[in-house]
Design a binder for this molecule. Sequence first.
Ligand SMILES: Cc1ncc(COP(=O)(O)O)c(C=O)c1O
Length: 462
Amino acid sequence: MGKTPTWAVDAQIDGETTAKELTAIIEKAIRNGDLTKGTRLPTQRTLADQLNINVGTIARAYRQLKDSGLINARRRHGSFINDIKSVDGQSSDGNRAVNLRTFTATPDIFIQLFQGALADLGKDVGKLREISGYRTHEMLGDERAVIADWLGNGDVSIDPASLLFAENGTNAISTALIAFCKPGDTIVAESLTLPGLIVAARVFGLNLVGAPMDEHGVVPDALDAICATHKPKLLLCMPVAQNPTCVAMPEARRRAVVNVLKRHEVLLVEDDLYFDLVPKAERVPRMATFYPDRTVVIGSPSKTLAQILRSGYVIAPDGLRQFMADSLTAQSLFPPALTTHLWSRMIESGAAAEQIAYLRTQLALRADSLKHHLPKSITSGVVPFGWIPLPPTASATEFGMRALLAGVAMRNSDEFAVPGTPSAPGLRVNLMGSPAFDDYERGLKIITDIVGTTGYMADIQP
Ligand SMILES: Cc1ncc(COP(=O)(O)O)c(C=O)c1O
């Protein structure tokens, strides 16, 4: 699909398309990993309308996919992709969708920098021996000092003792949920939030409520009403750049949100994941600055360096630290010494700064290109994502599916939507999903073509 121009693919799917051909197209997307386990397919009627195909053809294709075990149909819930492993040879035919969905390949520059860090560690037998056994936080004193300094970013002083290490950012978030909530409690997040948080709330038996957002992030009055009604334990929000909408919270909004939390005595989990991509002149104080005793800051270098270094961190004030430490202990007893050490080594050698500088240049270039192709898209300039708002009546899943059939994989707002909370439809483009700039632009062209033909663009508000 990747190599096929948009309209060649669309031309193949018309009133003449047989169920067998449609089955083959969807099967290929599943085997390639472009349609992943659990993804819900559009209803037969919807897909028939979208693709201009007889609904009977769609029904036969879905049945064939079900018979071959590729999808399962749950009554009243829809059809979902099953868990199938990519078969060798089928995913490497050079015909995959352009990946604007998730991080799968790491830029070469990181590989070189990481190679250097590994080689240095390989020569440092004393250090290798030291970190090869179980390490407590106290035993990771050097790493704590270096990373606390990095997280201070030259702006604030962070006490190394307030810093704890988790396995990754997702784990740092779960750690806070385990530390401060019990089943039946309510938590609040932005109405579009991290898919991992949505799953965590379900697994932990928490009631997740979505807070409305505007162009500055969480709306304080709406949060106030939620706090009054639901008495939540905590709010998790992403002020640096909201994932997926890319909204950055200005200082006034950060203060206003914190004031609501103070009034209702609600804890804050501040997701800080992209802080180091923000240039110095544009930095805004962390929300923790305005609510120091009741905020836990979490993050990880998984997006700014690479997924292999998903060394999560937690900055917790005195009164909350032991709860977080106990929660971490309950999950893994000891902090992850190797990734934490490699991260600190890359900070000390200047490799982390070099990688950030590279990413900033790439992100600026790719954000410009996104704006050029889709002028009403939203980019923050600092996160590796862009957001394409769709009109309120559009179905994000259907648009995502249509784009996939035309050769580009993206995430759509239905994947981030807090169940039961209204949210605006949109598409999230991963600016770094395809390390090659040409592939990235090819993906954008496909989206632009589809947006043009659906007429969505005229409706999308800036
Ligand atoms: C804002 C934000 N927070 C947390 C996470 C989870 O990070 P990690 O990959 O380290 O688990 C992500 C990952 O997409 C993210 O974008």
